[in-house]
Design a protein around this ligand. Structure first.
Ligand code: AKB
Length: 314
């Protein structure tokens, strides 16, 4: 079958890079990007202005463009979410319910829903967090992702919708900037290092969080979406991780590559969010079910980030 893809929320940190990878793989015109705003750079392929709260617009584009795969990325993240909980719930939850309903009615073959390490909470084991464990998130973003995972599983069991999901850790890439997340520091630090040789971190030096390099995150997403349906045993969200580190550890690695780089710490409200999440993740279900394996560790990620980002900034 001819693969026809719709990305909802394609202007975001992951959407920007995912769109490019999917276009390279399936062809530029096979991937329809969409967002509530025009992209900052001229769209390199079909683009539609779509608000995920407008179910008619979603339904229309799926029908008009013969879409058979949807990547639903539109959401407000953890830090921004705490500043406007009801709007976050509305966009994250109602947006997903619209997409689930439409994809199921129009018999879309596959749907991707990004979950997050934000589903973990203070009662979750912090080290090597298992796939199935206590989940009591403390942010509205985390609550929306946990509820979202459960709705995905419900639509799969009740209506046979082939919906797949990953619990993304912090995603680090040179191509795009994250917005409104708690793990954003791990991208900003590279911009600080290259632009001014300094970074003021909003988390404490020893705050360990699970992370992943963008290349690995995109590969995981596409590998999950391409896996045969019978390999996908989990219809909530798969645990996923590439590496775990603290701000002090990433700063040490950057110092080896950027002469004179310095870091200072001024923790804000995001510290509390970070402390409610896991420090390291057990992603053995993803490895066993569909063959997931990360390629980048902290050292290799820092080397490539600095090389690619300095090229981009130049
Ligand atoms: C955030 O920090 O909110 C996101 C996430 C971990 O889902 N990057």
């Amino acid at each position: 079958m001819n693969t026809r893809i719709l990305i909802l929320g394609s202007n975001g940190q992951i959407g920007t890079v995912l769109a490019e990878s999917l276009r390279t793989k399936y062809g530029r015109d096979q991937v329809i990007c969409s967002d509530i705003r025009e992209p900052k750079l001229q769209a390199d392929g079909p683009f539609r202005l779509i608000d995920v709260l407008d179910s008619k617009a979603i339904e229309q584009v799926i029908q008009e463009e013969n879409i058979n795969q949807v990547y639903h990325l539109a959401a407000l993240l953890s830090a921004r979410g705490e500043q406007n909980p009801s709007l976050t719930w509305q966009i994250n939850m109602q947006g997903l319910l619209n997409v689930l309903d439409i994809c199921s009615r129009l018999k879309v073959s596959r749907l991707f829903f990004p979950s997050s390490i934000a589903v973990y909470g203070p009662t979750t084991p912090k080290q090597l967090t298992p796939q199935f464990t206590s989940l009591q998130p403390s942010t509205v973003y985390g609550i929306s992702k946990l509820a979202g995972e459960m709705w995905c599983e419900y639509y799969h069991h009740r209506y046979g919708l082939d919906v797949r999901s990953l619990r993304y850790p912090g995603v680090i890439g040179w191509q795009s900037l994250p917005e409104g997340g708690t793990t954003d520091y791990a991208v900003e630090i590279f911009h600080g290092a290259l632009k001014s040789g300094h970074y003021k971190c909003f988390l404490k030096a020893g705050t360990r969080l699970p992370m992943i390099y963008m290349d690995d995150a995109i590969r995981a997403t596409i590998e999950l979406m391409e896996a045969p349906s019978d390999k996908i045993r989990i219809r909530t969200g798969y645990n996923l991780v590439g590496m775990s580190f603290t701000p002090a550890e990433i700063a040490e690695e950057i110092k080896k590559l950027v002469d004179g780089f310095t870091i200072s710490y001024e923790p804000d409200f995001r510290q509390q969010i970070a402390e409610s999440w896991s420090e390291s993740i057990d992603d053995s279900s993803a490895r066993a079910d569909w063959g997931w394996s990360p390629r980048y560790d902290l050292k290799e990620m820092c080397r490539e980030m600095l090389e690619k980002l300095s090229g981009k900034l130049a």
